[in-house]
Design a protein around this ligand. Structure first.
Ligand SMILES: [Zn+2]
Length: 364
């Protein structure tokens, strides 16, 4: 309810913890982070004024927001100042030595007014047992470490930047969608997923499509392999040097019927179910899963499989059926089966050490 005040308090706490704002840091001079990066501050900042000398637009928000939006919209700015992305970022770089707090990333925050974006750039923030709520049209950008011991509800956007970390005994509650968290940093705090939602016979948890032993897909669902997954595999090939052919990507309901029937004929249904999905329950029907190179247990011992297990999250994928989660997923270890989630969510799942069922708090 009083989100902005709470976040503002948090930001103030950040300033408090770092000692920023007083003269404890001889190099800080007039560059007061807590002022500059609070987007609700109406004053134009140090960085701002160094960027555009003819800054007649006194109603601008914080420097970060202004310059990042100028990066995003390049030619939208009004005046005759050379407010190109390169100009602004280079002048920022020269105005202060390299510092993560001054880093300007061309991150777009669609639908969030700049004045509703708060930033925490200080050393460590301790959020004790408070309830913090990032409301729908607000965003919090974290550039530092947060020890979260209370509850953080994310209805708006939460950016966890590369240098940032959220730890502690508290919980991050995803209210609507995992897409509301953009995580490049690290989260070790618990993440609470929203309840599953069924839309046209398809189950989503926080926007993540689910197909597993419990949740099925309609017969006519799916039309091919996800372009994002395909691009991710291409990028992995390029970066790793491994060939990584997709030996099985999208499978229609009908194809899965044939596949499952053939395995049942070979091993019997009970055994077949441990490695092959009943039609309608295959993740391959989502178009977001692919089998890479080999569906043999020995694949796990190859250098390629090890690279895949260690790195695929960086490309937005997870090893969907890990060796230590067989009892939960209901599937044998499949080091070849990757599932695309997008980079941020894949990183969150990877860092959690959980399988997708555990992460989404659903049955397997
Ligand atoms: Zn598979």
């Amino acid at each position: 309810m009083n989100t902005k005040r709470e976040i503002a308090a948090l930001c103030a706490a950040a300033a408090l913890f770092s000692g920023c704002g007083n003269n404890s840091d001889p190099d800080a001079n007039s560059f007061d982070n807590s002022e500059v990066y609070m987007s609700s501050s109406s004053s134009s900042s140090t960085v701002e004024s160094s960027t555009s000398s003819s800054s007649s637009s006194s109603s601008t928000s914080s420097s970060v927001e202004t310059s990042s939006s100028s990066v995003a919209e390049s030619s939208s700015s009004s005046s005759s100042t050379p407010a190109s992305s390169t100009a602004s970022s280079s002048s920022v770089a020269s105005s202060k030595p390299v510092s993560s707090t001054v880093e300007i990333r061309p991150t777009e925050i669609p639908d969030i007014p700049p004045e509703n974006v708060s930033e925490i750039n200080e050393n460590t923030v301790v959020a004790e047992n408070d309830e913090i709520r990032i409301e729908k049209d607000s965003a919090l950008r974290l550039n530092s470490e947060m020890e979260l011991n209370g509850d953080l509800y994310v209805e708006g956007k939460l950016f966890i930047e590369e240098s940032a970390k959220i730890s502690g005994t508290g919980t991050i509650h995803v209210v609507n969608s995992f897409d509301d968290i953009i995580c490049i940093g690290t989260v070790t705090a618990k993440i609470d997923a929203p309840e599953p939602v069924e839309i046209d016979g398809v189950t989503y948890v926080g926007g993540v499509l689910v197909a597993n032993k419990k949740y099925s897909l309609p017969k006519d669902f799916g039309s091919g392999l996800s372009k994002d997954l395909n691009a991710a595999v291409k990028a992995m090939r390029a970066d790793s040097g491994f060939k990584m052919p997709i030996i099985s990507g999208f499978r229609s309901y009908e194809l899965q019927e044939r596949v499952f029937a053939s395995w049942c004929a070979k091993d019997g249904e009970e055994v077949a179910r441990t490695y092959s999905a009943v039609p309608g329950h295959s993740e391959h029907q989502t178009g977001l899963a692919a089998d890479i190179t080999s569906c043999m247990a020995s694949y796990a011992n190859t250098a390629e499989a090890k690279w895949l297990a260690e790195n695929c999250y960086k490309y937005g994928c997870i090893i969907r059926y890990p060796a230590d989660k067989v009892a939960i997923t209901g599937y044998i270890y499949e080091p070849w089966h990757i599932r695309y989630l997008g980079k941020s969510t894949a990183k969150l799942v990877h860092d959690s050490g959980l399988c997708l069922e555990e992460f989404l708090e659903i049955d397997g």
